[in-house]
Design a protein around this ligand. Structure first.
Ligand code: GAL
Length: 379
C-alpha cells in the first residue's frame, strides 16, 4: 500500500536543524525554536513542521534494541517535544537513515524499520527524514543503487503505512538512482541533489553544491514533482550568512517557483528583518503552495539567464527571470510565450507594483537577482 499522498498536498514547509546547527542540537534549542516560530507568526504563513535532523539519538540502541534519545542532550525525550510542538500548533519531524548508521555514525534503521516506525509513531512524530549513509550495498549483490534504494525506502515506507499513524516521509538519497522517476507513492518528497552549501557559487567543484548548481539540476525535473510527492532541492540557507540578501531573495524565489519544500535552515531565535522579509513574502509562498502543484518550467536559458513559467490555479501563472551571471543583464521577456497571447495584468512580487504587459518588454535584472511576477485575474 502506498503512503497517503494527502499528507503533502503542497510542498511541506517548516524548519530543520541541520543547515545551521549540524549535530549540535539539544532539547532547549528545539523548545526555543518552537517558541520562536510561534512568536514570528510562522505557522500562520504555512511553516508548520519543526524537524529535528541528525544528532538526536544516543550512541547505541537500548537493551531492548530500540533507538533512544541522547540522554544528555534530549533528557526529556522526543514524545514530550512532539506534545509541546502540537500544543503550539506545529508538527514534529525526526530523522533516521536507511543504513546501519546515520551520516554522524549514530544508530540507524537498517533491519529495524518496523520497530523504528512504530517508535516514532508512538512518540507522535509527524514527519520522518530518512537519510542514505552507511547503506549495506554488499548485502544486495548485483543490485544497482536505484534498486537498493527502492528496497530500503520501500521498507520504511511500508513500515510507516503499517503504523496507521500519519507521517510524511522525506527521502534523502541526494538524487542517487534518480528517485524522481520512481519515488512518487514511496515518499512525499525526495532529494534531487547532494547537500546545499551556503554559497551562491563555489570556487571549486566537489563536496556540497552551490545555489546555482542545485538550481540547474532541480529545474530540469519539472515533469516529476507534484501533488503528494515533491522534488526536494534541499533545505533553505536564507539567513545563514554565506550569501547576500539579494542572493537569498533569488534562492527563495527560485525554490518557490520550483514548488520546493520550504524548510528554513537558519536560527529563528535571532532572525534579521531582511531574512524575515524574504521568508514571509506572501506572494512567493502562495506561488510555492499553489494547489495545482506544478513546478516551473525553464522556458529559455541563454548565457546564464533563465526564464521560468509556473502554471497556477485559476489559469494564472508565475513568471521568473533569474540572472545567474556576474553582470547586470537587459533581458527581452516575451510575455506571450510565457503567459499566452494578449495583455496580462501582473504583480511584481518583491516590488509589489502592478503593471499591464503584452508582447515583449526589456527588463533590467541585476547580477544574481531573480525577478518574479504573477499574473492577476482580469487583464
Ligand atoms: C546528509 C543530508 C543532510 C543531513 C546530514 C545529516 O546526508 O543530506 O541534509 O541530514 O546527512 O548527517
Amino acid at each position: 500500500m502506498p503512503l497517503d499522498p494527502s499528507l503533502a498536498p503542497t510542498p511541506p514547509m517548516g524548519f530543520n536543524t541541520w543547515n545551521r546547527f549540524g549535530g549540535n542540537i539539544n532539547e532547549r534549542l528545539i523548545e526555543e525554536t518552537i517558541d520562536a516560530m510561534v512568536e514570528q507568526g510562522l505557522p500562520a504563513l504555512g511553516y508548520d513542521y519543526l524537524n529535528i535532523d541528525d544528532g538526536w539519538m544516543a550512541p547505541a540502541r537500548d537493551d531492548k534494541g530500540q533507538l533512544t534519545p541522547d540522554p544528555d542532550r534530549f533528557p526529556g525525550g522526543i514524545a514530550r517535544l512532539a506534545e509541546r510542538a502540537h500544543a503550539a500548533g506545529l508538527k514534529l519531524g525526526i530523522y533516521s537513515c536507511c543504513g546501519y548508521q546515520t551520516c554522524m555514525r549514530l544508530p540507524a534503521s537498517y533491519g529495524h524499520e518496523h520497530d523504528d516506525a512504530e517508535l516514532f509513531a508512538s512518540w507522535g512524530v509527524d514527519y520522518l527524514k530518512q537519510d542514505w549513509c552507511r547503506v549495506p550495498y554488499d548485502e544486495f549483490p548485483g543490485k544497482t543503487h536505484r534498486e537498493v534504494a527502492q528496497i530500503l525506502y520501500g521498507r520504511i515506507s511500508q513500515a510507516i503505512v503499517d503504523t496507521g499513524h500519519p507521517m510524511v516521509l522525506s527521502m534523502c538519497n541526494w538524487g542517487d538512482g534518480e528517485p524522481w522517476l520512481w519515488a512518487q507513492g514511496t515518499a512525499h518528497l525526495w532529494r534531487t541533489t547532494p547537500d546545499i552549501a551556503d554559497l551562491y557559487r563555489k570556487p571549486e567543484e566537489g563536496g556540497a553544491w552551490d545555489l546555482v548548481r542545485i538550481f540547474r539540476q532541480n529545474s530540469q525535473l519539472s515533469a516529476y514533482g507534484g501533488v503528494g510527492g515533491w522534488n526536494d532541492p534541499d533545505m533553505l540557507e536564507v539567513g545563514n550568512g554565506g550569501m547576500s540578501d539579494l542572493e537569498y531573495r533569488s534562492h527563495f524565489a527560485l525554490w518557490c517557483l520550483m514548488a520546493a519544500p520550504l524548510l528554513i535552515g537558519s536560527d529563528l531565535r535571532q532572525m534579521s528583518e531582511a531574512t524575515r522579509a524574504i521568508l514571509s513574502n506572501r506572494d512567493l509562498i502562495a506561488i510555492d503552495q499553489d494547489s495545482l502543484g506544478h513546478q516551473a518550467e525553464v522556458r529559455e536559458e541563454g548565457d546564464g539567464v533563465f526564464t521560468l513559467s509556473k502554471r497556477l490555479n485559476g489559469g494564472q501563472r508565475a513568471l521568473g527571470v533569474f540572472n545567474s551571471t556576474d553582470l547586470a543583464q537587459t533581458v527581452a521577456v516575451d510575455w506571450a510565450a510565457l503567459a499566452g497571447p494578449g495583455a496580462h495584468r501582473l504583480r511584481e512580487v518583491w516590488r509589489g507594483g502592478e503593471d499591464t504587459v503584452s508582447g515583449r518588454s526589456l527588463i533590467e535584472v541585476p547580477a544574481h537577482a531573480t525577478k518574479v511576477w504573477r499574473t492577476l485575474a482580469g487583464a
